[in-house]
Design a protein around this ligand. Sequence first.
Ligand code: SAM
Length: 281
Amino acid sequence: MLTPQIADKGVTKHILRAFDLHASRRLGQNFLISPGVVRAVVEAAEIENGDRVLEIGPGIGTLTQGLLEAGAEVTAVELDKKLPAVLAETLRGYEHLKVVQGDILKTDIPALMGDQPFKVAANLPYYITTPILLSLLEQSLPITHIVTMVQKEVAERMTARPGGKDYGALSVAVQYHTEPEIVLDVPPSCFFPAPEVDSAVIACTVRQTPAVAVQDEKLFFRVVKASFGQRRKTLSNALKPLGFSKAQIEDALLGAGIDSTRRGETLSLEEFAAIANKLMN
Ligand code: SAM
């Protein structure tokens, strides 16, 4: 090990003091201080020597250090303008690290990572977890795994099955593109400063082909969005804003073998796909 382990409360406080930094609430800065959790993320990402990893929000380099120690080649995108200079010090001596200052939502990821497979690892800023995940999934990037810390409640939504209150558009998008699994529950005490919510590490293995076959992916996600947009409405009413006639919607539901009085939150991915595919005919 080249520098002390950053995943430690004393070391983290020392680094923040030395650089005159204050964890920014606005940027979702809750730094990991648990070496066990860093290890769990690295293990869930199945990091092997030479793996290319995109890290989102490296902060002061806590998870980055674990990834580098495991042999990853890390490209880290950090929004906070003060942190690249800090990372140059905290991770001094580590090879295979590239830090890019910028907003991950505005970053040209294909230009940054190229067309070879890579993994994503992160302790995501909680204020934009969902937009970041959806953007990664929707861009058809050559990502094999996404392993990230999220709010526990978000992890539960990502893995939810049809029928419950947690099941929604995020569950469908994540499960359409990946196989998600909650690998660890993480209490607030594993961060400095401690967040107000419980967290979880979730590992999403990206599917080679989506979970269900759809003729028009855009229409599939419009159907999903409309179905969950009006949760209390029956399907035939919820799908009205899509712009199809009442008869077309009724025909599609009938053709898909789905009772039009059901609610969107009871539908499986296969059933959403069947409705979208029937609407194409
Ligand atoms: N990885 C570090 C750790 O585990 O201790 C820090 C995690 S902290 C929860 C989230 C990090 O994401 C912060 O460093 C924050 O500045 C950064 N961040 C916030 N919004 C961002 C954005 N839009 N793009 C890139 N990084 C962002």
